[in-house]
Design a binder for this molecule. Sequence first.
Ligand code: RBF
Ligand code: ADP
Ligand code: MG
Length: 409
Amino acid sequence: MRTCLSSHCAWLGSRALSSHAVFAFKVQRSMSAAAAPSDRSSHNLRQKGNFNNPDTLTFFTSPLPEDVQQRLQKIGSSVPELGPSSRVIDVGSGTGCLIPHFKDRGVQDILAVDLSEGMLAELSSRYCSTSRTLGNDPGVRTWCGDILDLPNYLGPVDAIFMNGVFGNLFSQRDALLKAALLLRPGGHVVVSHPMGRIWHNQLKLQDPDLVLHELPSSREALDKLIWDLPLKTVEFMDTEDLYLASLQVPPKYALKRGPLKLEGRVVKGYGRGSRQMGVPTANIDPKPLAGQLSGLPNGVYFGWAKLDVPPGWPSTDGYVHKMVMNIGRRPTVSAEGEDDVSVEVHMMHGFSQADFYGQHLKVVAIGFLRPEMKFPGGLSELIARIRADVAISKNQLDDSSLLQYQTLL
Ligand code: RBF
Ligand code: ADP
Ligand code: MG
């Protein structure tokens, strides 16, 4: 263990500092004399302060040993399909140790995200062209801040790398959720450390306030972290000097557990769907579904729906329609004490009648877009996201490969 630490002490690409980097170590200790941060912004301020420090910066601009470079190269090439037309986000880029390895793969469109403007200034001077790239032009760009605050319109991207930063994030789960929302279906998020998990854990022991988390120690631990996210673990490597986990948003957002059939009677909800959001949702009576719902993540699913229509209605109302469904407790809008789980289905069809309470509705969910979230911006932010959910679902369901699931209804 000790040998491992000391043999690599010259490597400074990690987002935390080597135990033998004496000066930086002092900086780190003094920064973290206060109690562990209890909220994201104070945690981020601490990270920023640490990595903006001029002496830390000097450290992070030193050349890397050949063996570390080789492992960074492995990390940079861990997503097989990256190439010239790919878009990549590098979270906790620091001074950009992965960028040459993306460029080796031909990747041109790279967004480096870091809390430290000092790190990004160094990265820019190395890799950003003098004629600034704008909009969707290819090039290396920088964005200073927390990945959680990165506007979603900067996606979709093909791959997101979290190299040497995963233990320093305020919430690992929230960062992976954000990554899932920024990725295209089939895209990857790579969680890595070029010095290995044990080495990283030593840093956490030295300064648990700056390095809040260990790296997930097994595939099962990682799977637990992402159980309610639209991500699946496709690679997990945990060797002495390299940690490399690759997660993928399943192509077409395919449900990890396979298609899910639900059916029941349409019941009254709180009447907010049509009134407040302009998205009516037929609520399926959740009580008889309790068994099926337990162990299922709350969140947004899409697939096909079929309504038993009363006699006299146009037959088109009873056809199979595209649907998007939310299962959950509506945390953004729910009133005090309103904590029942609802199963709400919005069908992408203009029905001939305003409502059809009491009718039987069958659905088959084939994709899972995201977990249910409490939107800090309230109703308007929720509505904007629901519109995106509807648009994404509609688009996915246009693919003829998903037609086969209609027969399950
Ligand atoms: N409510 C939330 O509080 N958070 C969500 O993330 C959320 N996502 C939804 C996604 C879709 C596609 C739909 C139809 C509803 C969603 N809702 C969510 C539930 C929403 O608050 C609910 O439909 C209205 O309150 C009407 O019951
Ligand atoms: P509630 O809170 O009672 O579910 P909503 O405002 O969500 O009220 O409206 C839901 C009702 O609107 C459904 O139960 C259904 O009868 C009707 N409805 C009309 N068009 C649709 C549609 N395209 N998808 C789902 N429900 C619809
Ligand atoms: Mg409803």
